[in-house]
Design a binder for this molecule. Sequence first.
Ligand code: CP
Ligand code: NVA
Length: 309
Amino acid sequence: MSRPKDFISIADWPPEEIVRMLDRAAELKRLRAARVPVSMLAGKSVLLYFEKPSLRTYVSFGIGVSELGGTPVYLPPGQVQLGGREALQDVARNLSRYCHMIVARTFDHDLVVGLARHADKPVVNALTDDLHPCQAMADALTIQEHGDLRSDRLVWVGDGNNMVSSLIHLAGVLGMQLTVCTPERYGPDPAVVERGRELAAASGGELRFETDPVAAVKDAAFVYTDVWASMGQESQAEERRSAFAGYQVNAQLMAAAPSGARFLHCLPAHRGEEVTEEVLESSASIVFDQAENRLHVQKAIMEALVDPS
Ligand code: CP
Ligand code: NVA
């Protein structure tokens, strides 16, 4: 597998490159703590385009670019209307003349794919309706810090959404043990599951699928959940609240997991819905380590993509 120009899906990347980025992210974290400057983006500009709201991704990319010596440029979506005011391919080609990298969060996954196809600069997927690869990379770094990436089981409880799709790819690429527990009607994208299985067959990973949360967490080292209605699904929030009622991560569910199991959430969290305040604030919760690690892994991703010349 050759090294892609863009970071759109973890499944496109060779395992050794993903491992290298995670190692570099850990190193960048140490260097930042020691206040050692790193300037891989000196003289470069990175365009940030976000169609959906964002706290962590927006801020950590902006600060990450600055800390690497580059200039972040924020393009409000209303200014461009991708594919509306101007054709996607023309936007991509214009941006390629100005900046050295594009970071984009869109509803439609095909927009990020189209930007990458027509831009001759690297494009980073900052979340689409389909995938959230940068978050999954931060999760891998966090799991590595608190356990063992290959032997500790990660158990997803909740919606079969963009987040779990990237975790399925990650598990397949890195040979992780992943259980995905969703209600029957809200399972993950079958194409993602198929790709995850292919990757896992090559890496020694194991993907399990469950519908019963108590059974799913019985051998969990990490229990992970996310909102029941993702951005863009707000009108389904009510029906989803009933469909996912038995899937809340609460003290009772954490008690069904082995002692010492950690709690993960990509955030933002809806306290009292997919997770209780008690679990989110418990000593098992490492959600802010995950959030911090966004900064370090995204710096490593940008370093890996940027043309150093
Ligand atoms: N986890 C995450 O991507 O958060 P934001 O939506 O705030 O960027
Ligand atoms: N699944 C969530 C993730 C947010 C970081 C969403 O897409 O809204």
